[in-house]
Ligand binder design. Sequence first.
Ligand code: 5GP
Length: 189
Amino acid sequence: MEYLKNKIKADGKLIGNSVLKVDSFLNHQLEPLFIQEIGREIARRYQKDEITKILTIEASGIAVALIVGLELGVPVIFAKKKKPLTMDEGYYSADVYSFTKEEHTNIAVSKAYLSSTDKVLIVDDFLAMGAASKGLVEIVRQADASLAGIGIVVEKAFQGGGEELRTNGIRVESLAKIQAFQNGEIIFD
Ligand code: 5GP
């Protein structure tokens, strides 16, 4: 998606040699019109898949997921990173290791919102090693729901998560795919 690549080139910042900072439009300050464009594109790619639920993870996946849900006319669930006391009727959970935060989190989704009759589209801002996506796939599996695929804003292909998911037969659509960071430059696919 050229629009997204141009935005990343203009406003993204490299941190070290593996992290892309997009705080000015996607991860901290949110640019609503930008997020609307990318959310619509993810929705367009899954338009014919009879999705019944969007599943993401808090916090930075929520804004994009909300637009996808709005476009497809379905509810959006975000996995919680800390199980609240109010989640008292049973929940699905999975362990996710974040290499950007260097910590393990047990994500949780209430059983009330995901069941075997659902067809789920997972949405997230980044795909790197694939831990977040795999945790969400695990939750879909626990619910015995079907998985239509994964919609990602930025895939860092050099970290291998996307390849592993695709090898396992999961459809992964990423709007921008980064092959490498080279001498401070972003090399897109
Ligand atoms: P993974 O679990 O695939 O290794 O990483 C995905 C998660 O880590 C995303 O939900 C995202 O929040 C965070 N993440 C991974 N790489 C980056 C990055 O380069 N920049 C930012 N801002 N977040 C990242």
